[in-house]
Write a protein that binds this ligand. Structure first.
Ligand code: ARG
Ligand code: ASP
Length: 712
């Protein structure tokens, strides 16, 4: 019986077309979208590729922006009004919240432009155009040169290209490789710096379901916030000024309130961060069996500590809310990723695809050699630098290292020390007396795991210290005795700092622990990582080029579309992905409908569970049936291939009208960054009608509704 199954699996894999072994899905370059047009239209799209991306005329791309440094936003009015996610605007909402004006808890709306709140540091980036510059970037690169030479030629050529397009302008530009350096694309942008907060729902709406529902469907999160971009009198980027005017976008999105059905075409334009569809079986195996599990194990410990602290009081719940949200986000995603990779048999599928490829032994060799360094890097990020104490110790270590350099003057050292003293003082003033017990637990538990799972076998200096004392006791001792656990003393030392003081500080127990770890990392590990990654880059460049060549020759000549699965991996540049609204089957016997409604919010309500508190006002709106013309839909799912960075992206219908804001994926589909599967992977979209319902009926911001162009 078993053997038969294996034979069947092999038969399926062996006849599978080349494209089927790579991820399906696709995040397409807007400038090449014409290649997808036929496919898009066959799936229901009613507009042309040029309506979406046109370098010379206003197109949908002019309505879409990189919001901050890792999210997407879109213009929804002629006066620079922007929609994005609540979790993308979260930092700004928190920054403007005080005890008197708790916008995070209560929500916020500006009822006139004067009430909009400036957000220093927040930028939006608007793409002007993109261009294939492969020939210019590779000028002077030949087959016979070393990888190092190639790197330096490419770097210089890129610099020249960027200088040429930006010199004497207010443009900024960068060139990014695609297909591991087989092609290079130039992106020319304008960066707007005066961005103001306009509205946000209360967090019981914007974060409804919290980390419990994160990465899950069915979902009921009202994950939106509203901003406005301002410009100078010529509509150009400018620093914040009260004289700035709302930016007039070349294009803004109209909003459709029409009902959406299963099967309807949708597309998403935005800034997906990273996908890794070309990874070899060795890399996927490491991720699935070593890297993700190590990360999950460490974060489970940290989360348990923070969550226990949160149970102590509502104040502590708030205190750790944003740490928990960000730690839990990756933690939960990686669990889904491991499950999904196993379910899809990703490693085996990759292996099948690699059979006979002469590059594989080289890949294996580099991955084997690099594993230790990769893990060291992972442990330093996830364990060694997971406690505030060690982060502060690293800053202190930098001061010590500077002090050893005699070319640095006493004055510079003293200024550096004073600024460290100031920021430490702020940290201690915050809530150090109560936070220290939590932080010390994080330190001891993560260091213990790091020691047992990695350091014991790799750091002789640490193992030697554990002769007379257990690792647990050693780390507990370090936390207790370090000068960083003595606010008065360390602040005093730093405020009166002289070069010679470093000789005292190097003997501190935390520095004694951290210094050799960082020393090894900087002097050894990072070098190996750089070298091995360069080797991998060049291997992947050949591997991908081969793959693309085979793929192209296996296609019929009339099939010029790129829509069979060989898109360039996401790299935080503007992309288009498309699909259809669709339910999905998480397991045998269960089908999840493609949309959710406010009834589901009321169903989840639990006044005793923070994630499920429902605001009275929302209940009134719902039970009084005061939802016209928006209705009761909350969210929907579709087969668009998205990833981190797509949050806030406009989800559009066949005509290019805005129907929702992308904000997440389903848990069962989070392996889509490595291997997409159209049956399992769904993007989760906030229905635009729920967003408008909250702006209109909950926040009462009719002024904003009036700005929008709504198609009923
Ligand atoms: N999972 C979504 C994304 O990766 C949302 C994250 C924010 N929400 C949260 N509950 N932590 O960004
Ligand atoms: N929630 C993610 C983001 O913030 C989107 C995703 O990973 O699907 O970009």
């Amino acid at each position: 019986m078993k053997r038969r199954v294996i034979i069947i699996v092999c038969a399926v894999l062996c006849v599978m077309p080349l494209s089927g072994l790579l991820a399906q899905g696709g995040m397409w370059l807007p400038m090449l979208l014409e290649k997808n047009q036929k496919d898009m239209q066959s799936k229901g799209c009613k507009i042309s590729a040029k309506d979406i991306y046109d370098a010379n005329n206003a197109s949908i791309k002019d309505a879409v922006m990189l919001f901050g440094s890792g999210c997407t936003g879109e213009f929804v009015s002629g006066e620079g009004l922007v929609f994005t996610n609540h979790h993308c605007g979260y930092g700004q909402i928190v920054a403007h919240s005080t005890v008197e004006h708790d916008y995070l808890t209560n929500g916020f709306a500006a009822y006139s432009k004067q009430e909009e709140l400036p957000c220093p540091g927040l930028t939006v980036t608007l793409l002007q155009y993109m261009k294939d510059v492969t020939a210019e970037v590779l000028k002077g690169v030949s087959k016979n040169i070393s990888e190092k030479q190639r790197e330096s030629i490419v770097e210089q050529n890129i610099k020249d290209i960027v200088d040429k397009v930006t010199k004497g302008t207010n443009l900024s530009a960068y060139v990014k490789p695609i297909y591991y350096g087989n092609q290079y694309i130039l992106y020319v942008n304008k960066i707007y710096k005066d961005v103001r907060l306009v509205a946000a729902p209360p967090s019981n709406i914007g974060k409804f379901g919290g980390d419990t529902d994160n990465w899950m469907w069915p979902r009921h999160t009202g994950d939106f916030s509203v901003f406005r971009v301002y410009a100078d009198s010529n509509n150009e980027p400018a620093e914040y000024s009260k004289d700035n005017k709302p930016y007039t976008p070349k294009k803004f999105l109209k909003i459709s309130l029409k009902d959406k059905q299963e099967g309807d075409f949708t597309f998403v334009m935005g800034y997906p961060g990273t996908t890794k569809q070309f990874l070899t079986s060795y890399a996927v195996e490491d991720i699935q069996n070593i890297e993700d599990p190590a990360r999950i194990k460490l974060r489970t410990e940290i989360l348990n500590i923070y969550k226990a602290a949160q149970e102590e009081s509502p104040a502590k719940r708030l205190r750790y809310a944003s740490e928990v949200a960000s730690i839990a986000n990756g933690w939960k995603k990686w669990q889904g990723e491991v499950k999904g990779l196993k379910f899809l048999n990703a490693v085996e599928r990759k292996r099948q695809q690699e059979v006979g490829n002469p590059l594989m032994p080289q890949f294996k060799q580099v991955y084997d050699a690099n594993r230790k360094y990769k893990m060291e890097n992972l442990y330093i990020g996830e364990a060694v630098l997971s406690s505030d104490m060690m982060i502060n110790a690293r800053r202190l270590l930098r001061l010590i290292d500077l002090s050893k350099d005699n070319s640095i003057s006493e004055e510079v050292l003293s200024n550096q020390a004073k600024s460290l003293a100031k920021s430490l003082q702020e940290y201690y003033d915050n809530d150090f007396t109560s936070h220290r017990s939590v932080d010390s637990l994080v330190f001891v538990r993560t260091m213990k795991i790091f020691y047992d799972d990695f350091a014991k076998d790799n750091y002789v200096f640490l193992r030697d210290r554990m002769n007379k004392i257990s690792a647990q006791d050693y780390f507990a001792m370090v936390y207790k005795k370090t000068i960083l656990n003595n606010p008065e003393k360390i602040v005093k030392v730093l405020n009166n700092y002289k070069r010679k003081d470093y000789k005292e500080l190097v003997n501190d127990v935390a520095i004694e622990l951290l210094s050799p770890i960082m020393g090894q990392y900087i002097n050894e590990t990072s070098k190996h990582l750089r070298e091995n990654n360069a080797k991998l880059d060049s291997l992947y460049r050949i591997y991908t080029a081969d793959y693309l060549a085979k793929f192209n020759s296996s296609r019929k000549s009339e099939d010029v579309s790129m829509n069979d699965g060989v898109f360039p991996d996401a790299n935080l540049t503007l992309r288009v992905t498309y699909g259809n609204i669709a339910p999905f089957k998480p397991k045998d016997g269960v089908t999840y409908r493609h949309y959710t409604t406010i009834a589901g919010i009321m169903g989840k309500e639990d006044p005793n569970v923070y994630d499920y508190v429902v605001e009275q006002k929302l209940k009134d709106i719902y039970y009084n049936n005061d939802m016209a013309p928006y209705g009761d839909r909350v969210a929907f799912i579709a087969t668009n291939h998205t990833t981190g960075g797509n949050s806030g992206s406009p989800v559009m219908d066949a005509e290019g009208n805005l129907i929702g804001l992308n904000f997440d994926r389903n848990w069962e589909g989070t392996m889509s960054d490595i291997l997409y599967d159209k049956d399992l992977c769904r993007n989760i979209t906030l229905d635009i009608r729920y967003c408008l319902l909250i702006i209109d009926k909950y926040l009462g911001a009719k002024n904003l509704i009036d700005e929008l162009e709504i198609i009923k």
